[in-house]
Design a protein around this ligand. Structure first.
Ligand SMILES: [Zn+2]
Length: 98
C-alpha cells in the first residue's frame, strides 16, 4: 500500500486551473516548442485548494475559484499597464528558452 504523506498536512494540497488552457496559435509557437507563460495563484480557503491561472488573465479579470465561484482577487487597478509589460516579458522569456 503506498504511503500517502499528503494526508493530514496543513495547507492547500490540491491545485485547480481557474480556466481552461488557451489555444496556442501555431504561428506563435509551433508544436513541441517550449514557451513561457507567467502563472499566478491564490488560495480558496472554502475549498482548500490552490487556484492557478495565467498572470495575464489575473491582471485583466482577477481570480475566481472554479469550484465554488467565489472571487478570490480583484484585478489590480494598473492591470492593463502591467499586461503590456508582462506580454513583452513572456515573449522575451520564450526566446531565452529556445
Ligand atoms: Zn472555492
Amino acid at each position: 500500500m503506498p504511503s500517502d504523506h499528503s494526508e493530514g498536512e496543513e495547507g492547500f494540497e490540491e491545485g485547480r486551473w481557474a480556466s481552461e488552457p488557451e489555444r496556442i496559435d501555431p504561428d506563435d509557437y509551433p508544436p513541441l516548442r517550449p514557451f513561457a507563460r507567467v502563472m499566478t495563484w491564490a488560495e480558496c480557503a472554502a475549498c482548500g485548494i490552490q487556484v492557478h491561472d495565467l498572470a495575464v488573465r489575473f491582471l485583466v479579470a482577477g481570480l475566481v475559484c472554479p469550484t465554488c465561484g467565489v472571487r478570490l482577487t480583484e484585478p489590480p487597478e494598473d492591470g492593463m499597464e502591467r499586461l503590456r509589460t508582462l506580454l513583452r516579458q513572456e515573449d522575451e522569456l520564450s526566446e531565452q528558452i529556445e
